[in-house]
Design a protein around this ligand. Sequence first.
Ligand SMILES: NC(=O)c1ccc[n+]([C@@H]2O[C@H](COP(=O)([O-])OP(=O)(O)OC[C@H]3O[C@@H](n4cnc5c(N)ncnc54)[C@H](O)[C@@H]3O)[C@@H](O)[C@H]2O)c1
Length: 327
Amino acid sequence: MILRDLNYDIHITNNNHLLLIEKLRNYARVFIVTDAHVYTLHQDFFNDVFDMKKTVIHVIKPGETSKSLEVYQTICDNFLDHQIKRDDVIIAVGGGVVGDLAGFVAASLLRGVDFIQVPTTLLAMVDSSVGSKVGINTRQGKNLIGHFYDPSFVHIDVNFLNTLTKRERHNGYAEIIKASLIGDSELFNQLKNPKHPIEEVIRRALQVKIDIVKKDPFESHERMFLNFGHTLGHAIEKVMNYETIKHGEAISHGMMYAIKKGIEYQITEHTLEREVENLLNQYELLNIQIGDIEMYEKQMQSDKKQRKDGLQFVLIQSIGNPFIKII
Ligand SMILES: NC(=O)c1ccc[n+]([C@@H]2O[C@H](COP(=O)([O-])OP(=O)(O)OC[C@H]3O[C@@H](n4cnc5c(N)ncnc54)[C@H](O)[C@@H]3O)[C@@H](O)[C@H]2O)c1
């Protein structure tokens, strides 16, 4: 299945790499960034797809700490030492960390080298590999250095999901549930059935993101809908220090908070509270106790002080109908 709505094609497959191999024929050499988990678990993929004679592989340490200036510098040095040229291609094979980091290398090295995303976590498949945001973290915060840089192709192979832990898989479902809440009520219903077809669910979640990104690529209005659940979610991640709670778990609490707020403001249908809570619990996304909400509200207020135009908070009126309220 191929989605063609953006400037680049998104191919969703189960273990068929022919299209990717065909794309690679356009390039003199291939420069891969991956992480040690993916590289160890998916040797077959690397051997089947890449011609090792024209490939350089850079393997990073797994985890968020690798999305740093230091690792960025190491990759640039390595690729330049191997004489990367503008007719080569950089490929990210990994989760959102590898995708954001390799994408930023591709956007900046030699003022832009073609870039292909091969997302290997569910979160990366439905979110970070599409939409063109790439970047790295600094000690002041996440994603503070970055770019909007289109990949030339996104290759989503659901076969990678077989080696993900249950918690990592559920982490990705949080973004799928979010996509359904802001844009696809049919997807919301599909997710209630644990035996849903995964490729179809990924396609639908991506379509919600694609439709929004197409209208507002640089995040001036509609793209903010994608932040549903993220305002409180980011505050939770900051307070809990990114280690104890996963992004998907934090935004799940954030989505519940936004629904409760919406009910308070008489914007959101009150039946949604129970319905969404049930679905998030089905994917074990509310299991981590976050304690007193006031702590996170304070963090949200301090984030708000940094903006001149108040905090743009995303609510939903009903499933598929998002709404921005300045608070
Ligand atoms: N650019 C965007 O639009 C965007 C959107 C959302 C999130 N992000 C970024 O994405 C990052 C989070 O991405 P993530 O959740 O994929 O994290 P991640 O890349 O750290 O991957 C999570 C873990 O899963 C492992 N892993 C990856 N693929 C695997 C596989 N197939 N089998 C087994 N283990 C595997 C990784 O080694 C890692 O330990 C954050 O840095 C976030 O800021 C970016």
